[in-house]
Design a protein around this ligand. Structure first.
Ligand SMILES: C[S@@+](CC[C@H](N)C(=O)[O-])C[C@H]1O[C@@H](n2cnc3c(N)ncnc32)[C@H](O)[C@@H]1O
Length: 295
């Protein structure tokens, strides 16, 4: 069977609705700017799929993400005939990886544009992409053998009922893996500490669930699941990252929001670019993964 996209799930689940942020094309010539909510389900109508796919591809190419994706697949070990679900499947690569094991592989994704992109990329793989939200998964109780959810919970205001919803659809003995960033682990150097702090505070405040990484374990335990493994991986930005990506996002977004001045933004960008020219730029961010089983 070829890849399919279906409107199989309930939509209109209760989602955070404040804020109007969407992908905003404020290019610095090399990068992109993403503002709060760029991946929030409530903003699917405003999203720029090309830019989202670009960001997801950039992230998916980083060794830390590759490590965590491989770790989760190893923990979950989907088998032929099992039903394996990726919640918030984006461009769909992890659904294709599930299908390679012979499992029935399903991606749940609220963005029609990302579902269409996932179908295009799956090109002949035996996968399904369905409309749905993590808050109300389109599956019966105890009907899923394997479930993964990567870098989605950070975009959800209240992840507690969402992880309970994941536990609902898992069958007894079913496996789950959650992966997410903890934005408090972001380190940028060199930068004026006061300016950096204002930018970081703003960014943390504007992210729906910025400390998601450290919460994964407790969310699974509180949903009645037994933890089977945990790991972490730190993304370290290359020197050319000083002029694009996260750095561009940080200072341009903070400038737009008015939490730093134009002069501070210019100094921030110049300081990091000059540091990179002598090989002294540092930006790192840690992501966590936790696996569990339903008793
Ligand atoms: C940062 S992307 C990660 C995509 C994919 N998991 C990956 O690893 O590349 C976040 C994804 O979660 C989806 N998403 C956002 N809110 C969601 C929700 N409430 N339920 C399900 N998916 C959601 C977005 O549309 C997007 O595809």
């Amino acid at each position: 069977m070829a890849a399919t996209a279906m409107n199989a799930g309930p939509s209109g689940a209760s989602l955070g609705s404040e804020g109007e942020i969407q992908m905003t094309d404020v290019s610095d010539g090399a990068g992109f700017v993403t503002r709060r909510g760029s991946f929030r389900a409530a903003h699917v109508a405003e999203q720029n799929i090309e830019q989202q796919a670009f960001i997801l591809d950039q992230m998916a190419g980083r060794p830390a993400i590759r490590t965590l994706k491989a770790w989760a697949l190893d923990q979950l070990a989907p088998a032929a005939g099992e039903t394996a679900v990726d919640v918030g499947s984006g461009t769909g690569e992890d659904v294709v990886a599930f299908a390679a094991s012979g499992a029935r592989a399903i991606g749940v994704e609220p963005s029609p544009g990302l579902r269409a992109e996932a179908v295009r990329r799956a090109a002949g793989a035996d996968v399904e992409y369905v409309d749905g939200h993590a808050e109300a998964l389109p599956f019966a109780d105890a009907s899923v053998d394997v479930l993964r959810c990567e870098r989605v919970l950070q975009h959800i205001d209240d992840p507690t009922p969402v992880v309970k919803e994941m536990a609902r659809v898992l069958r007894p003995g079913g496996r789950i893996a959650l992966i997410d960033t903890d934005w408090a682990t972001a380190i940028v150097h060199p930068a004026d500490p006061g300016v950096l702090q204002r930018m970081v505070d703003y960014f943390l405040h504007e992210t729906a669930n910025p400390y998601s990484g450290r919460r994964l374990r407790g969310l699974l335990a509180d949903a009645g699941l037994e933890i089977t493994g945990e790991t972490a991986a730190t993304m370290i930005e290359a020197q050319d990252g000083a002029r694009q990506g996260f750095v561009a996002m940080m200072h341009l977004t903070a400038l737009q929001a008015g939490v730093i001045t134009e002069a501070e933004a210019e100094t921030f960008a110049r300081t990091l670019a000059e540091a990179a020219d002598r090989g002294a730029f540092h930006l790192s961010l840690t992501m966590y993964a936790v696996s569990a089983v339903k008793p």
